[in-house]
Design a protein around this ligand. Structure first.
Ligand code: ATP
Ligand code: MG
Length: 273
């Protein structure tokens, strides 16, 4: 594979958009995140790699307050997520405040989680109308723009069941974008798709990245990670083992655990043809 010729852009100056410091999470006494430190800068694309069970999904869910954390802190644009700090103590925010914080982050999951009884357009306008109280006509016009952006300008009236997995996933991306999120989180957005549908979703994600959207992407798509990520974070066993530009972490990993993971991934890819 040819190496990129352009100098990598170092966006890591100024305040990070996301700062996670020493994040701990356990489920029933099972330590799943054991002190995760990750910064994501505005406009950066960070790909999160790691073996099954390493805590990638849990970490994304913590960023988005779908899980409470047992230790550490997560900030978005300098604002503490989920808690308020008063006199050195943390106080959990109200559900309403947490929902408001959550609406600042778009999330796309492995399984297309569209409402099955709503059309593509209705799925997309749900958040803007219900949460942001946008007038329906305005939300619909924006939905149409977003559908066009993901290559589905003529499918607004289709129900999820009438769309392919790749199309549903693109609607899910449009739905997340409709909230004008500060950050997009992707959790293996292509791993449930038939191979021939993966490319169309990755293309949309690539365009978002090129447009400057800040993204954290859990993926096993190594070509995407190599070409699109500004930085790779490799997790194993609930810790960050190493991080750096793709050319380093994928091209020349320092840690044996990273090498083992990449070897297995390549073997799996070869076996899958
Ligand atoms: N709600 C939960 N209750 C109990 N255990 C959980 C829960 N969610 C995750 N875990 C456990 O936490 C660990 C990390 O899971 P997580 O889903 O974050 O891993 P992952 O890196 O996303 O894996 P995969 O690549 O398979 O998606 C696993 O051992 C998992 O069983
Ligand atoms: Mg996962």
């Amino acid at each position: 594979m040819s190496e990129p010729t352009a100098q990598p852009v170092d966006r890591r100056e100024g305040q990070p958009l996301v700062r996670a410091v020493n994040v701990h999470k356990a489920f029933h006494g099972n330590d799943v995140l054991k002190g995760i430190d990750v910064d994501v800068h505005p406009g950066e694309v960070v790909c999160l790699l790691g073996p099954s069970g390493s805590g990638k999904t849990t970490f994304l869910r913590c960023i988005n307050q779908l899980e409470t954390i047992d230790g550490g802190r997560i900030w978005l644009e300098g604002e503490l997520r989920g808690y308020q700090e008063k006199g050195g103590r943390l106080h959990r925010l109200s559900e309403k405040r947490i929902a408001a914080q959550r609406s600042e982050i778009g999330m796309v999951f492995q399984r297309f989680n569209l409402f099955p009884h709503k059309t593509a357009t209705e799925n997309i306008i749900e958040g803007p109308v219900q949460v942001k109280k946008q007038p329906k006509a305005q939300a619909k016009a924006r939905a149409q723009e977003l559908l066009e952006r993901v290559g589905l300008g003529d499918r607004g009236d289709a129900y999820p069941g009438q769309l392919s997995g790749g199309q549903q996933q693109r609607v899910a991306i449009a739905r997340a974008l409709a909230m004008d999120p500060k950050l997009m989180l992707f959790d293996e957005p292509t791993s449930a798709l038939d191979p021939e549908l993966v490319g169309e979703v990755l293309t949309v994600m690539r365009e978002l990245a090129d447009g400057g959207t800040t993204m954290v992407v859990v993926t096993h798509e190594m070509q995407f990670a190599r070409e699109v990520a500004d930085r790779i974070v490799f997790m194993d066993g609930g810790v960050v083992v190493e991080e750096g530009p793709p050319a380093e972490v994928i091209g020349n990993p320092r840690h044996e655990r990273t090498r083992t993971f990449l070897r297995r991934l390549r073997a799996d890819e070869a076996a899958a043809g």
